[in-house]
Design a protein around this ligand. Structure first.
Ligand SMILES: Cc1cc2nc3c(=O)[nH]c(=O)nc-3n(C[C@H](O)[C@H](O)[C@H](O)COP(=O)(O)O)c2cc1C
Length: 354
């Protein structure tokens, strides 16, 4: 590779995502950073997102932001999407990102069973899990639909360009999708359609709370943080049932989380989960997973393969996670061939914040 040719091809081209113009096809993946004391993003948080938006990231997706119900999370340094100081903190974040021509989505999060039972509040889950957890009633369903709608409204007021609903990785909405944690016998359990019903109602509630032109993104995964082999869909046909419910509820974009972008989602096809999500629904999709973690990725067959698949329309946008923690200007440097200024991802980057 030489400094005279960009290895990033069409990733650097502008595009439009569900009507939202983006400067490039790079997305910053949502990453929890615990830097918002009392749930309020600080000026440091705004500078952190601005730096990525100013360096080739077309769409920043915020870290998971707790919806405003006490069951959503227990960590006090995880940001919240609530009126008052948190909303003002987010307004500063979106202003900073917009000042450099970037776009930013808010990821709305409820931890489900991962919430620790502090303050006398148990974890809310679809069916209860051993220990201190609460199986959600139908009244609780309505409470959380209102909480998601309220949070989406705050995100709109705070200036976000899009909202992403976190339905991945084993948190509340994914616990509804996963048969292992969803043992309900009412209309929110059972078949893939039943398991998708509560996440779909959340999508509908958010869709209703935001302007018609604002993209609603849904993040999903097969794997769970506590079980990498877990699956919400055993076949493309099952996945289609779930994603059709999401699309019917108003999802505009599907963000399919995988640990490695190159992993096929189902046997018999190289298509990954983002590829299947787009193929089955016709909706644009975002892919992610172990992209660019080492410098030799630039100029590698892995990058060429990714570009071929992007150009063939398997998926539309490409998210970077961990590599951006220690290399906020990764896209700028990679595009310019300034490889000696890039360093490989290392775990210690998760302790830095700039
Ligand atoms: C420190 C850290 C925090 C994360 N927090 C979130 C989160 O809040 N929401 C989410 O959907 N994914 C979260 N993820 C997953 C990332 O969005 C991404 O999918 C994952 O890191 C894989 O991409 P990568 O290989 O490019 O890092 C987190 C990952 C890391 C490393």
């Amino acid at each position: 590779m030489t400094a005279t040719t960009t290895p990033l091809g069409s990733l650097l081209e502008p595009t439009t995502l569900a009507g939202l113009p983006l400067n490039t096809r790079f997305v910053m993946a949502p990453m929890t950073r615990f830097r918002s004391p009392g749930g309020v993003p600080t000026p440091e948080v705004a500078a952190y997102y601005r730096r990525r938006a100013d360096n080739g990231i077309g769409l920043v997706i915020s870290e998971g932001v707790l919806v405003g119900h006490p069951s959503a999370g227990h960590e006090t340094s995880v940001p919240r999407m609530t009126a008052g100081p948190a909303e003002s903190g987010w307004r500063r974040v979106t202003d900073e990102v917009h000042a450099v021509g970037g776009r930013i989505a808010a990821q709305l999060w409820h931890l489900g069973s991962a919430r620790q039972p502090v303050d006398g509040i148990p974890a809310w889950t679809p069916s209860g899990v051993p220990g201190n957890s609460h199986a959600m009633t139908l009244a609780d369903v309505d409470v959380l639909l209102a909480a998601y709608a309220e949070a989406a409204g705050v995100a709109v007021r705070a200036g976000f360009d899009a909202v992403e609903i976190h339905a991945a990785h084993g948190y509340l909405l994914d616990e509804f999708l996963w048969p292992y944690t969803n043992r309900r016998t009412d209309r929110f359990g059972g078949s893939p359609a039943g398991r998708a019903a509560f996440p779909a109602e959340v999508i509908r509630a958010v869709r209703t709370a935001v302007p018609a032109e604002m993209p609603v993104i849904v993040r999903l995964s097969q794997f769970k943080e506590r079980d990498y082999a877990a699956r919400i869909a055993e076949s493309p046909a099952e996945l289609a049932v779930i994603l059709d419910a999401f699309a019917a509820a108003g999802a505009d974009v599907l963000h399919a989380s995988q640990r490695n972008v190159a992993d096929p989602a189902f046997p018999g096809s190289p298509r990954n989960l983002a590829g299947w999500a787009k193929h089955l629904t016709g909706l644009p999709s975002i892919t992610v997973g172990s992209i660019g973690l080492t410098r030799d990725f630039l100029g590698s067959p892995a990058l060429r393969n990714l570009l071929q698949r992007l150009d063939a329309g398997e998926f539309d946008l490409v998210a970077l996670g961990r590599i951006l923690l220690g290399n906020p200007a990764w896209v700028t440097l990679a595009a310019a061939g300034r490889l000696d200024e890039i360093h490989d991802y290392r775990k210690a980057d998760e302790d830095t914040y700039f």
